[in-house]
Ligand binder design. Structure first.
Ligand code: KG4
Ligand code: ZN
Length: 321
């Protein structure tokens, strides 16, 4: 089995995945509550918490799989992009584990991990396909021709889609991270009640910062009692604008590339309106959409393993290359 570790943001995760792509265990310890009071992830707090959580999370994953480190044949770990201190905790732990057990190490790109969630059993999706990768930190359209990687055909010029959800949620007083709460509130609202802009930038790229500003102005200009009464309408109209942008661009990319299948991955793939608006798209199971280590171990199945001592020189990277 492959032991996967993921610590790029505020989730400490470990998983055990077989070479064939069966998930034997996937443990995710969320730090969301720890960061909620700050309205966002505090990098240094996240790193310290990863340090405390990593060993127990690995133990729990081994326990869930009924396995020991003797059953592990390689260690996979997220190398980037993400919070640099948080990434270094996972990478250092992976190096230590690999060294102590005489195992090879497989560094994995976090976004490739999100795509590789689709390769897991019981219903793996094989290339070629077009994937929309929509997370709190990134929004990409990728052309996937083989399991080992992809070609980026579009990306956001400013905010990520998840970030747009989180910032909108914050403006509506829903706390952090607010994507799921905004999704729930929107279900009680009228999406046509407000007209928010859907940016159409050239090519296959996205832009969400204008939309966020439009919501900020609308919220600022509404009398407090009306704002309170219309929060669900605001959430619904705002969500509609994000989903429209995502769906339009994804369909456009699929047409241009002649893609026969479309997949949506990343935390935003949990959004109910997006799921309904792209009924033809393949979606990873919800638990594998948001950050987890099973997707990292899954990607590692298709990547070269690095032997001792070469992996000791590996560094983490904060932003996509
Ligand atoms: O992939 P992910 O777990 O972490 C990153 O790699 O960033 O994505 C987290 C993002 C957050 O911005 C969160 O608000 C958003 O996914 N999210 C949602 C929903 N559930 C999570 N956004 C919209 N609707 C949801 N139901
Ligand atoms: Zn992610």
């Amino acid at each position: 089995m492959i032991l996967g570790l993921e610590t790029s943001c505020d989730e400490t995760a470990a998983a055990l995945v077989t070479r064939e792509g069966h998930v034997r265990a996937s443990v995710v310890a969320s730090q969301a509550e720890l960061h909620a009071r700050y309205g966002g992830v505090v990098p240094e707090v996240a790193s310290r918490r990863h340090l405390e959580l990593l060993a127990p999370v690995v133990d729990e994953a081994l326990g869930d799989a009924g396995a020991s480190l003797d059953d592990v044949d390689s260690v996979a770990v997220t190398r980037g992009p993400g919070l640099i201190g948080a990434l270094l905790v996972g990478l250092s732990a992976a190096k230590a584990l690999a060294w102590a057990r005489g195992l090879p190490l497989v560094p994995v790109d976090h976004l490739h991990g999100h795509v590789a969630a689709l390769y897991l059993e019981p219903e793996p999706l094989g290339p070629p396909f077009l994937a929309l990768v929509a997370t709190g930190g990134h929004t990409l359209l990728v052309d996937v021709r083989d399991h080992a990687g992809y070609r980026v055909v579009g990306s956001t010029l400013d905010d990520a889609a998840g970030e747009a959800f989180d910032k909108g949620a914050r403006l509506l007083g829903l706390g952090y991270p607010g994507g799921a709460a905004l999704d729930r509130l929107a279900q009680a609202g009228d999406p046509e009640a407000f007209a928010f802009p859907v940016a159409r930038v050239p090519g296959l790229d996205f832009s969400f910062s204008g939309l966020k500003t439009a919501l900020a102005y609308t919220v600022r200009d509404l009398p407090p009692d009306e704002l309170e009464r219309r929060r669900a309408d605001l959430a619904a109209a705002y969500q509609r604008a994000i989903v429209r942008a995502l769906v339009e661009r994804t369909r456009e990319a699929a047409e241009r590339l002649g893609a026969s299948s479309i997949a949506v991955v990343g935390g935003v793939a949990a959004n109910s309106e997006l799921r309904a608006a792209l009924p033809e798209a393949r979606l990873a199971p919800l638990a594998l959409c948001t950050d987890n280590a099973a997707m990292i171990a899954s990607a590692a199945r298709y990547l070269p393993a690095i032997a001792f001592p070469d992996y000791l020189a590996l560094d983490a990277y904060a932003s996509a290359a």
